[in-house]
Design a protein around this ligand. Sequence first.
Ligand code: IPE
Ligand code: IPE
Ligand code: MG
Length: 231
Amino acid sequence: MSKNLKIPQHIAFIMDGNGRWAQKRGLPRNAGHQRGIKALEKTVDACCKYGIKYVTFYAFSTENWKREKQEIDGIFSLIRDYLNDNPDYFSSKGICVKHIGDLKPFPEDLTSQLIKTEKSTAKNNKIVLTLALNYGGRDEIVRTFNKLLNKKKKVVNYEDISSSLDTHFLPDPDFVIRTSGEKRLSNFMMLQLSYSELYFPKVLWPDFDEKQLVKAIKIYSKRDRRFGGVK
Ligand code: IPE
Ligand code: IPE
Ligand code: MG
């Protein structure tokens, strides 16, 4: 990779297109999710390789409960197995696992696996891998406002809000990649993406790989971020 590339500190992925990937092959939707987890794993490795410090994956939205129970259960068991399959995997690569989103409605086995993985990887410091699970930007804002009301806050500033968001431990994403060609955010980090660069490649998520990541970083490197100032 060329030396004058700008490496984003935080990349957030909206992993879209698993269903279409499976449909194209006459396979059940869950086969697409299965390949999607493999793509996630490869992408985390590639992000480590290129020195990205924070990587976030939108894995299940507050709106995804509208799907068939069979599909939802399939997604949950894939995530649980990903966290559980190789207990040394995350620590051997220096990956610190975190989550954002409201875990309350999740099955107990998934929640306890996630909490166990978070605890055992808390001290790893090569990369922070955050899974957005039952996450919705609007739901996060509502929960945040209620936290502030419980603290009896009467007036708040943006620092009060951002430090109470689920993402309080993360810098705002520099770069958002949504695969499958859809050009929308679907309730993902509505506040945190205020100044993020957006990229909507056509590739379906299960086909995303290191080559695609490098292409994306090249595109990011050419963006001119101004944050409201002048160049
Ligand atoms: C993204 O792929 C995965 C989740 C939302 C969990 P989709 O399942 O939305 O795939 P498409 O959009 O139907 O192709
Ligand atoms: C966004 O994808 C959510 C995740 C990737 C988890 P969706 O497939 O659910 O979004 P819409 O329905 O196309 O907006
Ligand atoms: Mg989709």
